[in-house]
Design a protein around this ligand. Sequence first.
Ligand code: NAD
Length: 400
Amino acid sequence: MSTTEEKSAIVIKPRIRGFICITSHPTGCAAHVQEQIDYVQKQGLIQGTPKKVLVIGASTGYGLASRITAAFAGKADTIGVFFEKPSENGKPATAGWYNSIAFEKAAKAAGLYAKNINGDAFSDGVKEQAIQAIKEMGGKVDLVVYSLASPVRSHPKSGTVFRSVLKPVGSVFTNKTLDTDKSIVKNISIEPANEQEMSDTVEVMGGDDWRLWIDALKKADALADGVVTVAYSYIGPEVTWPIYRDGTIGRAKKDVEIAAKDITNELAGVHGKAYVSINKALVTQASSAIPVVPLYISLLYKVMKESKSHEGCIEQMYRLFATQLYNGNRPHLDSEGRIRIDDWEMDPATQSKVQALWDKVTTENLNEISDFEGYKTEFLKLFGFGLSGVDYDKEVDPAI
Ligand code: NAD
């Protein structure tokens, strides 16, 4: 290690601000990625998997778990697109930055092609870079995972900047929520979104950008025959509907479902299919920002861990690939044509237990009747903290 490197090494501890942790740990993030790789390898290879995969939103949460599954359960070459910050002025990079470096290293060590593209996936420039990388990787992709979660989108043609909001539609929503910083259960009232906020949220989180990606890839002849593309969505139980399914984000997700049908039509020439997979509610950087959801997740984890049906992102994505998309299986679609990998979450027995806990949860009984401890542990892991075998008192160089 050079003198400069020695000087730049620091001890990194979690620093939480509201629903975000502003520090992350390079060694811890690498251990978190490795934990997911180990899980997938333990489950074994999945048959009939795609061999060239593009993941948009690949650095954290569901996108990272999809990329790990494709690579380590399917031996796929992967390109990952994400928007992360490298280390600057001695400060840690974002967790997704460290995750992606760790993934790339592990994939290359396993003899797989892995290319990271850090930039704005909504821009034409990044789409162009991805197309270039696909050509370098061997020409065409047979799976495109769309797993973006973003609060803002600059439109590639008009340059207009749209911001998404997490608000109910039509009327004020009042319910319990969890202040994860202060560990208190309190009531929250959220004013409904106006027309502008609704349409702006659809611009950011709706299906438009997914369509643009597929258009660009198709025009560049970068889609293999039989290509599959999948985007992720959430439905959840009634307590969350006003803020999720029936709220501004739900409108955007409806638009994603419409896009799936349009894209499937567009892909007819290459015998391709577009799916929306409804995934389970899990602690990720995106979900921790949604009011009400962290309380629901804490109760859900309690019930699902007790019934041994709990899954994290990697278990969900492995199951999606192994039981729905590949391994000789066809997706089991619901009446709206969606994949339901949230089936264990939405199991009626699970939901009625969660509802009973929801009715009685207070600040006083939070730790006893919910898995808030598990929530906090998972939250810290997103930033590389709390991983076993990592010495958090040791200085590390944040600039990798
Ligand atoms: P996440 O915050 O962990 O990941 C978001 C990813 O998007 C990251 O890789 C980030 O770098 C990338 N990203 C954000 N803005 C970008 C931009 N402009 N350009 C390039 N990359 C950008 O989120 P997540 O929870 O894994 O969510 C992924 C998808 O899964 C979303 O569509 C979300 O609605 C859906 N989903 C999430 C949950 C949940 O409970 N977390 C449940 C069901 C479905």
